[in-house]
Structures are given as C-alpha cells and as structure tokens.
Design a protein around this ligand. Structure first.
Ligand code: ZN
Ligand code: ZN
Length: 345
C-alpha cells in the first residue's frame, strides 16, 4: 500500500513518494522528493515574506500597495506603488521599539504590612511630591508636629517604593481622559544619576499640561524618542507635535504619527504655547534641585514616575483655574471613586 503523507512537495506536488532526509539546522525533519529530488522540511514555519506577498504597509494616503524604498537599521521608508500618488512614508520597525522606563517600576502595589498608618505615609508623600521637602526635613516635621519618629531612610523608601501603586491608578485613570488636542510637546531634560548624565524624555499635552509619557535613559537618540512617543500614542492623537530642532525626533514623529504636523522650533522660547511645557519643566527642576541628583537608575525612575503622577492627578494648577491637568482632560471622579484613588482630585 502506498504510504500517504499530510504534505506534498512544494516543487512538483508529489504527495506520496519521499525519503526521510535528516534534520535541518533547527531540528525540523527534512524530506527528499523521490520525483524531483527537491529537499524540504514541511513542518518548518515559513519565513516572513518567503513565497508570499511581502507584508508592506499600504499607503496611508490612497490605500494602495507600497514598495520598500530604503531600509534603515531601525525603520523603513516605503513609497506608494501608484506613480500618481507617489507618497513616501516611514515605519519604525516593531522590533526596534523598546518600552519606556515607566514600565520598569519596582516596589509595592498596596499599603499592606506597613508599620505606620497609611495616612502618615500619604502625608509624607505629599510633603515630598507637592512640597519640596527633603527626606530629612519630612522626618523632622513628623517628629516635631506629629510626635512620630520616622527615620529619613524610611521616608525615602516610602517615597520610592509606592511607585507601582500609583502607576496602577494611572493605568486605570488614563482611559477616562481625552488627550486628543492641537499640540503635544516633546522635550528632554538632563538629570544626574550617581554622577552620570541621563535624559528624561517627556511628552506634554499643551492644552491640559498633562504629562502623557516619560522615559528615562542614558542615551539621547531616536530610539529613546520612539519609546516615549510610542507610549504617548496609545493615549490620543494631536494635530501637531512640537519639538526643538534636535534631529532625534524627526523620523520617530514621521513614522509613528503619520499625518501629524511636526513643528520644529529653533528654541522653545520662541514658541508662544510653550509656557505650558515650561510650567512642567520649572516645577520639575525646582523639585529636582532639592535632591542634588539621584542615587540609582531604578530609584530615579520610580521617583520621577511619582512626581509626574502628583503633577498630573493631584496638584491643583493656578493657571488651570485650580484644576489638575487630569481634570482639564475630563477626569470627573465620584466621591466614592476619590476614596479609592487616594489623593487624586
Ligand atoms: Zn518534488
Ligand atoms: Zn498612495
């Protein structure tokens, strides 16, 4: 009886006559077609693009197929196949997108097993993130005003370790906000971690002042800009993105925000709407100044994420009529929800 196979030769379609022919380098069984002597491994997953239409994105303008015009390390430049359209567009390779530092927080997701009352911890956090108190200062105030002895290291731990708890709240609150607006601003600011220069990449919505995303990195290049912009993209779309003339934003903005205008200003001082982002930068710098640098990357990342949370959801802004950026972006919590979200206004 003829042995039947569940595959056929890709060259001649013979489906009953093969030799087993060892394994390929990845361990898939190979066969030799007895009809045409073609060797193949039927179980092997097809390489992307092999023997089938290439997976190029369709033209965002006319929807027709595109061709690869130029391939770069992190991104590709495609061009519309329709000669009359001829639209040229960029796509960042998904393998070249790393998640922003915001996704690397460590610490506690709840207030369980704390030696001190939650209210005291929240008071200390407010003094640190709303005021510009140092850990030692807070320790001193708690001792003199509340008659509670808490060491400055404990306070430092509180201010660092609850970052995941607040970020969990952020994740639940973000879908309640409307961050689609005329302009988002992208900017970097320099901080020192154990004496080494790092960059914090921010994306701020100019209408609400909401800090949509941040990313902490020792590098200042396009892949870092992609990390923060890719995260921000999940929360809305602006009509324009404003950045300085620094070229790291050029292709990231083009490839992630097709159709969005990229306004590159000589200096942010020339841009009128920029006093909005300035407001965040000023507050951040004033807060950062009191710490004289961070001690480690992980703790810096945690502290910055909490500062941004307090800025977005807790601190009332006088220029926003006493509202928080989140409230301007449409956040309206019921009394019951407010209890659940602690300090969130
Ligand atoms: Zn064959
Ligand atoms: Zn086209």
């Amino acid at each position: 009886m003829m042995k039947s196979y569940h595959f056929s030769c890709p060259k001649c379609n013979n489906n009953h006559s093969f030799y087993r022919y060892g394994k390929d380098p990845d361990g898939y069984q190979k066969y030799l077609c007895r009809n045409c002597h073609h060797q193949f491994a039927p179980e092997r997953p097809r390489a992307e693009g092999a023997n089938c239409r290439r997976n190029y994105p369709s033209c965002p303008v006319c929807g027709k197929a595109s061709f690869l015009h130029h391939d770069y390390e992190h991104y590709s430049n495609y061009r519309c196949c329709d000669k009359r359209c001829n639209h040229s567009f960029f796509a960042w390779k998904s393998t070249a997108i790393s998640s922003p530092s915001l996704s690397q927080l460590f610490g506690k997701h709840d207030f369980k097993r704390m030696r001190y009352p939650v209210q005291l911890i929240i008071t200390a956090l407010s003094m640190f993130y709303l005021g510009k108190n140092s850990f030692r200062n807070i320790s001193l105030i708690l001792r003199t005003a509340f008659n509670v002895k808490v060491s400055h290291t404990t306070i430092s731990n509180w201010c660092t370790n609850f970052a995941p708890l607040f970020d969990d709240m952020r994740i639940r609150l973000m879908p309640l906000l409307d961050l689609n607006s005329d302009e988002w601003h992208a900017d970097e600011t320099v901080v020192k971690i154990a004496g080494v220069k790092h960059y914090i990449w921010f994306v701020v919505d100019s209408e609400t002042r909401f800090v949509i995303g941040f990313h902490l990195s020792p590098h200042r290049d396009s892949p870092q800009a992609v990390s923060v912009l890719h995260e921000a993209q999940k929360h809305g779309k602006p009509a324009a993105i404003v950045s300085d003339r620094y070229s790291a934003y050029k292709v990231p903005v083009k490839s992630l925000f097709d159709g969005v205008k990229h306004i590159r200003v000589e200096s942010f001082k020339d841009d009128i709407s920029n006093n909005l982002i300035e407001c965040f930068n000023k507050q951040f710098k004033a807060w950062y100044k009191t710490k004289q640098g961070f001690s480690s990357y992980a703790s810096a990342n945690n502290l910055i994420s909490m500062f941004v949370f307090f800025f977005n959801f807790i601190r009332p802004h006088s220029a926003l009529d006493g509202m928080t950026p989140a409230q301007v972006a449409g956040l309206k919590l019921s009394k019951k929800q407010k209890r659940e979200f602690l300090l969130v206004a």
